[in-house]
Design a protein around this ligand. Structure first.
Ligand SMILES: [Fe+2]
Length: 281
């Protein structure tokens, strides 16, 4: 995001991408100094690149919600993130996507700037509004960019491999996930950018996408509930969700025999091999 007075990087991917981010910035040239690194939620695949940039350029201001700050300050979580970061880098390198190895600091970090829900960061002519959408993760934050009326969703609407192919990701709270989607829809976005890929422009298209994301989440939950009612083994349900997830992006990187890090819960697959992000609470 570029403003008259300052620029900001919103989300940093994995550490292997940090040098590419810097090269891209250098090639494009910035209208004003890079000042902020913004973490939209504390999951390894969104913050490790930021941690590396902050480590290399300590003068940059790391900003995020208070909840993200609490996550990034935990030593055990960052140690787990560093392990995931290596796995992601290996996956990206083996797939011929990015040649760089992981180089992630594995020490916890204090946010320089903790933002409240509704807080605004002014870059000079461009404002970034922080909107709490705690459905994917407890700290998931949407960044509303004005005057473009663009919304950077992070993982609020799941992982989309295409406009109409969306994997729901209600890791933390199904209800908050749907509330978050409804809240974003009520703000009538003109543009939407997901944390991983897919950009959507035009109010009707954004509305359609948000409706579809909610619909997919409802369908996934119904399918899980049906299996529970049918007394299907929990492990089988987890396997089914895992199969579905493993078709998408970085989830392909997770080995199927990954040891669980916590109790299995098909309605909140935050732990287990499916995902190793923020522990559920
Ligand atoms: Fe995430």
């Amino acid at each position: 995001m570029t403003g008259r007075n300052a620029c900001a990087i919103v989300e940093g991917g994995v550490s292997a991408l940090a040098s590419k981010i810097l090269a891209d910035i250098e090639a494009s040239g910035l209208p004003s100094p890079l000042k902020y690194l913004i973490a939209a939620h504390g999951h390894a695949d969104h913050v490790m690149g930021l941690l590396k940039l902050k480590h290399n350029f300590p003068q940059l201001i790391m900003a995020g919600s208070k909840e993200t700050g609490r996550i990034l300050a935990k030593e055990k979580i960052i140690r787990n993130f560093a392990q995931d970061d290596v796995m992601y880098a290996d996956y990206l390198r083996e797939g011929g996507h990015f040649p760089d190895p992981a180089d992630s600091p594995d020490e916890p970090l204090e946010l320089d700037l903790a933002m409240e829900d509704g807080g605004i960061l002014d870059l000079g002519g461009v404002q970034l509004k922080f909107i709490a959408c705690p459905g994917h993760a407890p700290d998931n934050t949407v960044i509303q960019v004005e005057p473009d009326h663009a919304f950077l969703l992070s993982d609020s609407a799941g992982y989309a491999s295409a406009y109409n192919d969306i994997l729901p990701l209600f890791f933390y709270s199904y209800r908050s996930y749907l509330e978050g989607l409804a809240r974003i829809k009520s703000l009538a976005p003109g543009h939407i950018a997901l944390g991983h890929n897919v950009l959507i422009s035009g109010e009707p298209e954004c509305r359609r996408f948000l409706d579809l994301a909610a619909d997919q989440a409802i369908k996934m939950r119904e399918s899980i509930l049906r299996r529970i009612q049918d007394k299907a083994p929990v492990e089988e349900t987890e396997e089914q969700i895992a199969d579905q997830m493993s078709r998408y992006g970085l989830f392909k990187a997770f080995p199927r025999n990954r040891p669980n890090r916590g109790p299995a819960n098909p309605l909140n697959p935050t732990t287990g091999w499916v995902w190793s992000g923020t522990p559920s609470r």
